[in-house]
Ligand binder design. Structure first.
Ligand code: ATP
Length: 197
């Protein structure tokens, strides 16, 4: 079974993924895969440099993320273009990794922050959403990143609201609880899916 684990900024995806790993789950991290593909000479890097030009690079040939961030922040069509260039490459890589792993593992979990926005629902048999109320999401983001309230609100509000993502989820992991309670829930969930698969 292929499970897509998603959420929003600071909703607790990594906390959930790390604990599931501790329990023995096979977990892929789409962000790590994406980062690797943006390394010099990798497939996504080539597409980005082809489109945005070499001025997007640092002297060491790494993509200058601040510069790229600035460009797409000020220009929604550039953001769209960047997604169009990189998403298919990332999705293809995830599909390949899933195919390899499926031969060996019954359950594979893939942590994908933008799973719903990037149209990746069809890749998975189940979508799990790490959910918490917006105010708590803002609070956890402020604490983790040392952001002031307004910065945290702006980051949260630049994303698709978690409340809207609920409609796409097969399972909601409620993170409006302590870490201890979250772990207890996850342990039960993990035992249950292992019994059923
Ligand atoms: P991002 O995608 O922004 O990297 P994320 O969804 O992976 O975030 P985490 O980094 O796992 O989120 O969690 C966000 C912050 O909230 C972290 O500082 C984490 O330690 C904290 N946190 C997560 N779950 C809980 C919880 N149940 N109780 C208290 N703090 C929590």
């Amino acid at each position: 079974m292929k499970i897509g684990l998603t959420g929003g900024i600071a909703s607790g995806k990594s906390t959930v993924a790390d604990y599931l790993k501790e329990l023995g789950a096979t977990v892929l991290d789409a962000d790590k895969i994406a980062h690797r593909l943006m390394e010099p000479q990798q497939k996504a890097w080539r597409k980005v440099v082809e489109y945005f030009g070499e001025e997007i690079l640092l002297p060491n040939k790494q993509i200058n993320r601040n510069k790229l961030g600035e460009i797409i922040f000020n220009n929604p069509s550039a953001k769209e273009k960047l997604d169009q260039l990189t998403h298919p490459i990332i999705i293809k890589e995830i599909k390949e990794r899933l195919k390899e792993l499926e031969e060996k593992k019954k359950i594979i979990i893939v942590e994908v922050p933008l799973l719903i926005e990037a149209g990746m629902i069809e890749l998975f048999e189940e979508i799990w959403l790490v959910y918490l109320p917006k105010e708590l999401q803002i609070e956890r983001l402020m604490a983790r990143n040392d952001f002031d309230y307004q910065t945290a609100v702006t980051r949260v509000e630049s994303q698709m609201p978690l409340a809207e993502k609920r409609a796409f989820a097969d399972l909601i992991i409620n993170n409006n609880v302590t870490e201890k309670e979250l772990k207890k829930e996850l342990k039960q969930l993990w035992n249950k899916i292992n019994l059923n698969n």
